[in-house]
Design a protein around this ligand. Sequence first.
Ligand SMILES: *Cc1c(COP(=O)(O)O)cnc(C)c1O
Length: 354
Amino acid sequence: MIDTATIRIEKTAQSRINELDETNIPFGQLYSDHMFMADYVNGEWKDLRITPYQNISISPANTTLHYAITIFEGLKAYRNEAGEIIIFRPQANAQRLNISAERMCIPEVPEDLFMDALTELIKLDSSWVPSAPNTSLYIRPFVFGTDEYIGIRPSQNFRFMIITCPVGAYYSKPVNVKIETKFSRAFEGGTGFAKAGGNYAASLYPARLAQQQGFDQLIWTDGKTHEYVEESGTMNLVFIIDGKLMTAPTSGTILKGITRDSVLTIAKEWGIEVIEKPLAVKEIVEAAKAGRLQEAFGVGTAATIAPIGKIGFEDETFELPSPENWTISKRILDELNAIRTGKKEDTHGWTYKV
Ligand SMILES: *Cc1c(COP(=O)(O)O)cnc(C)c1O
């Protein structure tokens, strides 16, 4: 056990909470008053501390600046109807952080350390957890190498940090996505299953090209044949075809989303047929053409459920039925929101009260 008393707390002298307008929260621009830090030195996590949110100083020879030895997580804290603060499945994030860590030669962050750091930070910045509908506090834990060394080797020193920022509804309208058949996000044996910084850096150029063609995001396909749908930039993908819920199996190339897992769990409990199998682009396109693709949506912490409006493939674009009439994704979203806000009993042990 990590003794929380070992987390040193330095409170801000000047809270910035009055800068927060819950009715209009710009994404990722306003950070809460405090942040958590710990340093990995000589094989041990040390100097656990919460300080005012501030810039940090690193060497120009910092190994992460050059070689992207960095991983992250993303999760959210919500305010329930009783005004209490609920974090959704944080232990799953702690576990996934360590799956990413192993792949990048980053030391494990003990789950106790992760949970205690998270709990203490959110307690201290509890006033930053908004309560307006569709708002939450986004939590970003991350670990990066801190060696001052420009040779290529695993880092020996690391920092674990947590910063948080209040967020509003992520996407306001359905997203238009392009099925990417030239560039790849991931491939067998690569790092697709890890939330490793470099994956996202490499996705920006193909995403920019798609944006120049009028799309919001990409649907990545498998790196080998580009014939199978994998996932989107920061969301797993779910398709409803003929009333069945279909999604690609998570593998070495697809990130194992916690939202995806929650959505599949709920759908199965309701008796919806859930099919996890490699999803051929052809199958999706044919279903769209025949009007059998009833719903398609991204699932991830940021948006929870992001309805897809149009799918572009080669020279064609397929429009989906208007999301206002979708039933399955709406019902699942309502259920997840009800669990988070305490309107419905949490029978899965998904909510963690701060
Ligand atoms: C974070 C992420 C997801 C979604 O994971 P959640 O745990 O549901 O937030 C899906 N795909 C990628 C590539 C991601 O980075």
